[in-house]
Write a protein that binds this ligand. Sequence first.
Ligand code: ADP
Ligand code: NI
Length: 215
Amino acid sequence: MTNIINKTEALVKSLFAHETTGHDWWHIDRVRNNALYIAEKEGADVVICELAALLHDVADDKLNASKAEGQQKLMDIFAKIDLKEDAKIKILDIIDHMSFRGGQNPPLETLEAQVVQDADRLDAIGAIGIARAFTFAGARGNVMHDPDATYVQKSQEEYLKRQATAIEHFYDKLLKLKDLMNTKTAKELATERHQRMETFLKDFYEEWQPGRRTE
Ligand code: ADP
Ligand code: NI
């Protein structure tokens, strides 16, 4: 099993080495470590969680020209690792169902899917999440903040068209993630990370307009 994991790690690492929009190899590595930690505490299948975490962004729409291209990359990796068919099916199922989409998806059915989704969401909040949001906005050419922005919930289409600022992204997604965690372990980890974002936003507004705090 160590062999399969090492091989998967090497393949994913080479795919993500030059990614600069927040999905670089170290995002994958952090999600894997979060997943291992949560899986152990929650009694989930550790190997399935680790492999799904390593593969979770390979087929992401944002990183591929088409859905088919992303699926092909996953299949290419599966062809190179010696994994049982039922494990592949479990992993594909996890990856397929875990993305955010406004939190409107039906709850994930397997504990392993819940663990990996929590692991990915944890990496979007807290100090790391703050850094990733600004990295992403910079890579997209979006400004960090516009005090005239309204922070209202928009449709995904409108949101992308409007080039939301990094600060808006906190209200659109990041501040909601704490309450969307599936597992008790992730909920505990999310509490402190959420607090760090609240503190950051307070400090940010304070420096933007000294003496006037905007909550
Ligand atoms: P993942 O697939 O890893 O869950 P996403 O692809 O949704 O995450 O986003 C990658 C990173 O970029 C995350 O940290 C996310 O919060 C951030 N991000 C996504 N959209 C925006 C945006 N419009 N503005 C700023 N940051 C964003
Ligand atoms: Ni991810």
